[in-house]
Ligand binder design. Structure first.
Ligand code: MN
Length: 257
């Protein structure tokens, strides 16, 4: 049986994590290491200047899980660097509360766990449900379990992970699955300035939830708008190959070149 590491950034008690674990139990030997609190938008980090603590936690089904004081990427690093007796064959992160589409992936703690798995050479999947309200994670979990089997059977190319987003509708209303590219998020962040009781300024990044451009065909945002599951292959080589030639013509290279 294959070993599957499950993590997420909504905290060890999040319903999406437990549903995902339950669904993956049928396709592999699952170990859960997740953050001990919500770490949404914690990005891809490596905790180096403070210790990492791990606690044993009992899940509602009686199984043992681990919570870590680190970020999601730390959870995967802990597993890969020897906390687990065997290397995972697959990393699955989620199921996140809220879609991770477009530029979200650069902020996302959910994606960061999959990035860490990919950096370690382990096939990885990130999965999110398109809701900030109450969500039913069961159909998303079922789809991810099916996808996990495919990934374990076929593998993924080096440096590539899969980013899955599932619409928050009953399973019989899901209108299909699209292989997509990243869409365009529209952020509506606002800087809110206040004063603390001692008269010093402090700041919150607030504002409305992001929206996105639903009209761009073939994107993750477009797929979700049509009540379809999106699966986006993400490459960790962020080089813009198309810009290399023009950048070489800038006056920043040495004469000899
Ligand atoms: Mn989250």
């Amino acid at each position: 049986m294959k070993n599957i590491l499950v993590s997420n950034d909504d905290g060890i008690n999040s319903p999406g994590l437990f549903r995902l674990k339950q669904a993956l139990d049928s396709v592999g030997e699952v170990t859960v290491i997740a953050t001990d609190r919500e770490r949404t938008a914690s990005g891809h980090t490596k905790t180096m200047h403070k210790p990492l603590r791990i606690k044993e936690v009992q899940f509602p089904d009686g199984s043992l899980a681990y919570s870590s004081s680190g970020a999601t990427s730390d959870c995967v690093a802990l597993a890969v660097l020897g906390f687990l007796p065997r290397l995972p064959d697959l990393v699955v992160s989620g199921i996140n509360f809220g879609a991770n589409v477009g530029h979200d992936i650069t902020y996302s703690g959910t994606l960061a766990a999959a990035f860490e798995g990919t950096v370690s050479g382990i096939p990885s999947i990130a999965a999110s449900l398109d809701t900030y309200e109450e969500g039913d994670f069961r159909s998303a979990a079922r789809f991810v379990a099916h996808l996990a089997q495919e990934v374990m059977a076929r593998g993924l190319p080096p440096n590539v992970l899969l980013n899955v987003n599932v619409p928050n509708v009953p399973e019989d209303e899901i209108a299909g699955v699209e292989i997509t590219k990243l869409g365009r998020r529209l952020y509506r962040d606002q800087l809110i300035k206040r004063q603390d009781p001692r008269g010093r300024d402090y700041y919150w990044i607030g504002g409305e939830r992001p929206t996105g451009v639903a009209e761009d065909e073939g994107t993750d945002i477009w797929a979700l708008a049509g009540k379809r599951i999106s699966v986006t292959p993400i490459h960790l080589d962020l080089t813009d190959h198309s810009f290399i030639k023009e950048l070489r013509s800038w006056k920043i290279c040495t004469e000899e070149r």
